[in-house]
Design a protein around this ligand. Sequence first.
Ligand code: FAD
Length: 394
Amino acid sequence: ARPRVVIVGGGAGGATAARYIAKDSGGMIDVTLIEPSRSYFTCFFSNLYIGGYRDLDSIAHTYGTLASAHGVNVVHDWVTGVDREARTVSTAAGHGFAYDRLIVAPGIDFVDESVPGWSTAAQNRMPHSWKAGSQTQLLKAQIEAMPEGGLFAMVAPPNPFRCPPGPYERISMVAHVLRDRNPTAKILVLDPKSSFSKQALFEEGWEKHYPGMIERIGPDFGGANVSVDPDAMTVTVDGSVEKVDVCNVIPAQKAGHIAQVAGLTDGSGFCPIVPATMQSRIDETVHILGDATIAGDMPKSAFSANSQAKVAAMAVRAALTGSRAFPAKFSNTCWSLIDTDDGVKVGASYQATEEKIAKVDGFVSQTGEDAGLRKATYEESLGWYAGITADIFG
Ligand code: FAD
């Protein structure tokens, strides 16, 4: 019988791993991908959807090509249990799947009570929109329905979280929409972090494109002492209550729940891995990818998850078919759009050390760059999106 690989989660990490293991093993490995959604909406470029630069269809992807071109057995179901002793997973629909290697790539879930007053039960009043799809649609609709001169608030997350520049790209896109539709509206960012990714670039861009519209309150002024009341639509910052029209709550994050159910997380809520192969430090028959991992110097991004998936796919093929494995190399770039044609980026390459995925060298856009370079950076991101979604879904 062919060796069996079961993959939990068909996002940036899991779907890439499925495609590469199936494609590069030439049918020698039986690959099953278990993912509840038939359509996967990418979080990457979901901010551009909010900004009006993309439509929702353009960020939706399906699994048909993985099945038809690469022979991946795609199962739409939730994994509810993992028996690592017996090497089986079980699903909500009552099915069981045996594996020789398991790949776990469930993305993130939210830490309960991390924003007092908020729970997922409140996500229709105060959306997180940190998993894309209906939540992103809802937030966009709420922004567009804001009263004239209204207040948009974001409760930004503490580290570590998925997509370090993401909250600030979102603020840029919200400002872009409001400048056109509702120019007297205001944006309040409540941030528990004293600094954030590409901060100088965002702050320069906000000053240039949206002067006077955005106020950020960091931890020194109460940004880490925030609670919300979704029924009253208020936020309380250091004891002072503010009425808001839209409130985007992005809670603290942990590995997708199933990683914890499977006993693969540590006290941080994320999964320790062996950098060279992306194997779990807890169970060598399991590889873990993407946002659920403790990935050393790598940020939690789709680019990172895709890069880690290729390392894991090579290691899995080597273990199951004896194919050759080369030293692990990783890379990442995160682009952000600040306003039309004003794109910035940050990126790095990484290698595996015993201890962690370690940064080798990096680059970041500079303040004061000319408009031509910023436009080229934005256009580069369009090419990246087309390329990576083809690399993930076929
Ligand atoms: P995901 O892509 O979330 O995939 C996890 C999958 O697992 C999901 O489809 C889920 O349904 C499934 N799953 C979960 N639990 C189970 C279970 N029990 N059984 C079966 N399936 C399960 N990254 C970039 O590189 N560039 C960007 O520009 C960028 N922009 C972003 C903007 C925003 C607003 C946000 C929120 C994120 C952005 N990211 C970006 C980050 C990127 O989306 C994530 O880092 C990436 O999706 C992580 O991939 P993953 O495979 O770990 O998780």
